[in-house]
Design a protein around this ligand. Structure first.
Ligand code: SAH
Ligand code: SF4
Ligand code: F3S
Length: 433
């Protein structure tokens, strides 16, 4: 049996896609390995969202090709970079197989061809592929938390973003297959599922909305925690917020990417909300669930961003007091509206400085957020031993904060009450409550 090794880059959807790929390949008689050294097939499931994500993959391809000098291996590129670069990858002479996000069912065929020396490429995007019938082969190590993709693609056209080009049009997966997968996870011992989509609030399968889907998944079992990502500020509805509040097993955490605090920049980014709308959504969430964590994504140094626009972003961060954030500086992506229309005119030094200012601010906000939790008690899902070991366990609160505490009596998958005694910027230090 041929052994397959896959490295995964990019977002959680890619992690889940790799699991789908393993399921498709298992069906075709391949086995999974965690060691590149003894793999017959070496693949990377890739991300194109920023230029440095792609540069990293080119670097990895050099490493993969070193293996090829020693023995017979097939090298494959999957995911967003496969979709974006297509035959430029095979033409580089470094890749044997290229498969985009909607073409994974073709992989067994492509690999067979590659074994006979024929490079294979499949990059058509689909209107309806959701891999609904495929039960992913979970690749996480703790067996506690699983990803479930509920939709694919994206119908927004944020001007900086390459995702609509690499993932195609938005389509929602049949809610019955989603609920079936959540039940299956629960039966296999998983205690948490995360529903994934680029814009979960626009989920719609034959009239079933995201709020309705969320309720269905929450009803699978009170012992199954439910998370989701990503919520687009323009689409998050009151129903979703009320549904979160109504089910104790839906985690109180919303990832709500703001991208910029300046209305002028938001418009140029083609985000379809304003700063005021965003702040109103935050107020709504907090009025219904005062304990709900809100996290975000932000881009520093988008085309034409002035010092004042940047101040607006810092300002919004101070106002909202995010619990955590993913922060980037703008990276122009070929083919996007911004690349065609707006010069990438904020110099790298300014981009980096603005990004560092946002990071410094967020670090202090994260620490403040954790300090506010000292003295409180949380129900935490145990993920396993902490990095430090020595009888220390780690696990997350519903608000997605990492806790560590001394404990010999629990194991991964248990729900445990802990009390926060201290904190760092990244971790809540706890004791059993
Ligand atoms: N669907 C999600 C975002 C997916 S991409 C949403 O709409 O919020 C993840 C994050 O990468 C984005 O939120 C954005 O902050 C960042 N990103 C996307 N394109 C980028 C670019 N060209 N340069 C820098 N960051 C980018
Ligand atoms: Fe990209 Fe915007 Fe779609 Fe998110 S909503 S994936 S940022 S186009
Ligand atoms: Fe990257 Fe593709 Fe996800 S570009 S962020 S892996 S959708």
């Amino acid at each position: 049996m041929k052994k397959v090794y896959i490295e995964t880059y990019g977002c959680q959807m890619n992690v889940n896609d790799t699991e789908v790929v393993f399921a498709i390949l298992a069906e075709a008689g391949y086995v999974r390995t965690d060691r590149m050294d003894d793999a017959d097939i070496i693949m990377a499931n890739t991300c194109s969202v920023r230029d440095n994500a792609e540069q990293r993959i080119w670097g990895r391809l050099e490493q993969f090709n070193l293996q090829k000098r020693r023995r017979k291996v097939i090298i494959g590129i999957l995911g967003c970079m496969a979709e974006r670069l297509k035959n430029a990858l095979t033409d580089s002479g470094k890749v044997d197989v290229v498969a985009g996000p909607d073409s994974y069912r073709k992989l067994p065929e492509l690999l067979k061809g590659a074994e006979e020396g024929i490079p294979g490429i499949a990059v058509s995007l689909s209107r309806d592929e959701t891999y609904a019938d495929i039960i992913p082969v979970r690749t996480d190590s703790n067996g506690v938390s699983a990803f479930i993709s509920i939709m694919r693609g994206c119908n927004n056209v944020c001007s900086y973003c390459v995702v609509p080009f690499t993932r195609g049009a938005e389509r929602s997966r049949d809610f019955r297959s989603i609920v079936r997968e959540a039940c299956d996870c629960h039966e296999r011992g998983y205690r948490e599922v995360t529903l994934l989509g680029q814009n979960v609030d626009s989920y719609n399968f034959e009239g079933t909305t995201f709020a309705q889907l969320l309720a269905m998944v929450a009803e699978v079992s009170p012992g199954l925690r439910v998370r989701f990502s990503t919520s687009n500020p323009q689409d998050i509805s009151d129903e979703v917020i009320y549904t979160m509040a109504a089910y104790p097993n839906i985690c109180h955490h919303i990832h709500l990417p703001v991208q910029s605090g300046s209305n002028r920049i938001l418009e140029k980014m083609r985000r379809r909300y304003t700063r005021e709308w965003y702040l109103d959504r935050v107020s709504k969430i907090r009025s219904v669930m005062p304990d709900c964590a809100i996290t975000t994504d932000v881009i520093a140094g988008f085309c034409s961003e002035t010092g004042e626009d940047h101040e607006d972003t810092l300002n919004l961060f101070r106002k909202v007091k995010f619990d955590a954030a993913y922060m980037f500086y703008y990276s122009e992506r070929p083919g996007t509206l911004a690349a065609r229309k707006y010069p990438d005119d904020v110099d790298l030094q300014t981009k980096t400085r603005r990004l560092e200012e946002i990071i410094a601010l967020q670090n202090s906000l994260s620490l403040d957020s954790n300090r506010r939790d000292v003295g409180k008690t949380f129900e935490v899902l145990v993920e396993g031993p902490s990095k430090k070991g020595n009888d220390q366990l780690c696990g997350r609160t519903g608000t997605n904060k990492m806790c560590v505490w001394n404990d010999r009596s629990h194991k991964a998958g248990d729900l445990v009450k802990v009390k926060v005694t201290d904190c760092t910027q990244a971790t809540l230090i706890c004791e059993p409550a």
